[in-house]
Ligand binder design. Structure first.
Ligand code: 0RA
Length: 643
């Protein structure tokens, strides 16, 4: 702290009080280690600044005092967040002699409970609030409309530049915060409209009847989100394009103690689960007590109902969690006064009391629903029973695969051309489409560390098949066995035989379809492979451009244009298009696509589980047009990684 005060870059005012020292200490800590507070300093972190400010307004909405939030990305890359809440109080705290608004804007963790006002519920990604955004902004301006007056205070890098000043009249109440992210801290101040808009859409789902508007003044774009149905609308949207098993999502909501519990669920005819959980509008990617409570209620209520109504005989096994989650799309949202976020990424809700609160609310609501909707109840439970029977069959199939895959190399698939190196971190496995490309790859590879598994054209669409079918599919089994790490819950990263799994498919529509099928399989059954950065996509060239003196491989239409412009003067330019891997010789395939010294690999990553899930459903579900459009638009939209 002393260091902060003596830092020469700090234009300190002699009148600063003890509280300010702490404030500045916080400011300095945030600026020194921004990643600790907002995750990162790239575009993702930049977006968090916006969300942090929006969360403050959402708090106001959750308290029932605000129904409209407008977020504007300005031409100068500053962002303005405007709400019609009560307005941050401006009164001066007698002990500190500092205005409430200044305290909110400069003190870490101020905001949730403040000046005796206890918020009913409070959000905030890391619970850090506006002061962090302030510290990381080259300038920030807060305007408060309250008691018929308009107040303003300005800051630079989190340091107040003015007092809270009355600058005019106001006909309503609310708060407007405008900030410019500090370019000295962030690697970019370029906001992505779609990313921000998807996040705001989610917040609008989670707060029914709250209108959230995003405006982009950089290119005159704007979107407004308002969902009367709240999370029911969310579930409908997630199930969009899927065949549903009952028409209306089930909606449950109740307040217990001071926790608001809300759940919406709807079954579809698919086989995968899409449940997303939120605590105070924060997506708890790693679940937590609310999700656990929800799940145990689901299993218990369905078993009780099934037995009571003779849908399940006494001698039949109870439904287990997996059975009641097949084809389930659900949102579980809790709002509580003091959320505790746990785990490395703070993406797991820890409050232990929440489990029983959610369990009792969901049990009660779901039982009531089943009693009142016997037809729907029967349809849902019959699906669970079918799942239970299929699971038994799947378990047998899986045991077989796992047994085989965990044995030594003598049980590896016959088609696998393995590498000689045994240390997984040095080994690569190419999954290659088609036998002729497989042949070239086998010849062209470096057999010391590169293994090849040729796949026959079609891969099963896991989105449309129950898991026993998936696991008895020959190509899928070959992949599982070759990787050696098992599958689903039993997937064990430490057994993975290759740390780079590389999809190598043709650069055409069929190729991208096969790649999507493979990606879907990995997403559904080996998501850890993706999350730990072991999955890659090879980039074969599209063209070879040749003159008598010059030859170049070209990987995109854009690059082709550039090269051709350079060769404008050249005579005898020969352009050869490569549609398939099979058209290349073994040497060419090595040189262009497999040689670590010259190739480009795309690393597959999942940034946002909800979006990825939706994309996969859209791609693999029954609705063809969106799938086609998506594949065409995003065939290459995976992060670039140079190796
Ligand atoms: C502290 C107390 C009260 C409201 C707020 C903060 C508040 C903060 C933000 C941040 C963005 N928009 C906001 N709106 C309100 C309660 C005020 C009262 O009781 O009148």
């Amino acid at each position: 702290m002393t260091q902060d005060m003596t830092s020469p870059s700090e234009p300190l005012d002699n009148e600063y009080t003890a509280e300010d020292i702490q404030v500045l200490g916080g400011r300095e800590a945030v600026r020194r280690r921004p990643g600790m507070y907002i995750g990162s300093i790239d575009q993702r972190g930049l977006h968090h600044l916006v969300y942090e400010i929006v969360y403050n307004s959402i708090d106001e909405a959750m308290a029932g005092c605000c129904n409209k939030i407008v977020v504007t990305i300005q031409k100068d890359s500053a962002v303005r967040v405007e709400d019609n809440g009560r307005g941050i109080p401006i009164d001066i705290h007698p002990a500190t002699n500092i205005s409430a608004v200044e305290t909110v804007m400069t003190t870490l963790h101020a905001g949730a409970k403040f000046g005796g006002h206890i918020y009913q519920v409070s959000g905030g990604l890391h619970g850090v609030g506006a002061s962090v955004v302030n510290a990381l902004s080259s300038w920030l301006k807060v305007n408060v409309r309250r008691d018929g007056k308009l107040y303003q205070q300005e800051y630079r890098q989190g340091i107040p530049q003015t007092e809270v000043t009355e600058i005019g009249q106001a006909s309503d109440t609310g708060t407007t915060i405008t900030f410019l992210a500090d370019e000295g801290i962030f690697s970019t101040v370029n906001y992505d409209f779609n990313t921000v808009s998807e996040c705001l859409r989610e917040m609008a789902y989670l707060n029914k009847e709250l209108e959230i508007c995003l405006k982009d003044e950089r290119k005159d774009n704007q979107k407004t989100f308002y969902f009367e149905g709240g999370i029911t609308s969310f579930v409908r949207q997630l199930n969009r394009g899927r065949v549903v098993r009952h028409h209306h999502p089930i909606y449950i909501s109740k307040m217990v103690n001071s926790t608001i519990v809300e759940a919406a669920l709807q079954y579809n005819e698919g086989f995968t689960e899409s449940t997303f959980s939120f605590a105070n509008c924060v997506n708890t990617m790693d679940g937590g007590t609310h999700l656990t409570g929800f799940r145990s209620a689901l299993t218990r209520v369905f078993n009780d109902y099934a037995h009571k109504n003779k849908l399940l005989r006494e001698d039949e096994p109870n439904l287990v969690g997996d059975d009641v989650r097949e084809g389930l799309t659900a949102i579980i949202s809790v709002k509580l006064t003091e959320p505790q976020f746990e785990g490395q990424t703070k993406a797991k809700l820890g409050n232990s009391e929440v489990k029983s609160e959610v369990e009792s609310v969901v049990s009660e609501g779901l039982s009531l629903y089943l009693e009142e909707h016997p037809d729907e109840a029967k349809r849902i439970i019959e699906k669970c029973i079918t799942a239970s029977k299929a699971r038994e069959a799947a378990r047998k199939a899986r045991d077989l695969v796992i047994k085989r895959s965990s044995l030594d190399t003598s049980t590896l698939p016959g088609k696998l051309a393995d590498c000689s190196e045994k240390e997984p971190s040095h080994c690569e496995l190419y999954l290659v489409e088609g036998p002729s490309a497989g042949g070239s790859a086998k010849q062209g590879r470096n057999r010391r560390f590169q293994a090849i598994l040729p796949l026959r054209g079609k891969i099963i669409n896991v989105e449309k098949a129950p898991s026993d079918k998936t696991l008895s599919h020959e190509e899928i089994r070959a992949i599982i066995t070759a990787l050696g790490a098992g599958i689903d819950d039993e997937f064990d990263l430490s057994k993975l035989r290759y740390h780079r799994v590389i999809l190598m498919t043709d650069a055409d529509v069929d190729g991208s379809h096969i790649r999507t099928l493979l990606l879907t399989f990995f997403f559904r059954h080996m998501v850890k492979l993706i999350n730990h950065g072991h999955l890659f996509i090879a980039q074969p060239p599209l063209y070879r451009i040749k003159t008598p003196k010059f030859q170049q491989w070209v990987y995109s239409e854009e690059e082709k244009g550039t090269v051709m412009r350079k060769l404008r003067e050249a005579k005898k330019v020969e352009i050869q298009r490569y549609k398939g891997l099979g058209e290349m010789s073994a040497e060419q395939l090595w040189e262009t696509t497999m040689d670590p010294a010259t190739r480009t690999l795309l690393s597959v990553s999942i940034d946002d589980a909800a979006r990825a899930d939706h994309i996969f459903h859209m791609l693999m579900g029954n609705e063809v047009p969106p799938r086609k459009a998506f594949i065409q638009a995003h065939a290459k939209s995976v992060k670039n990684l140079d190796i």
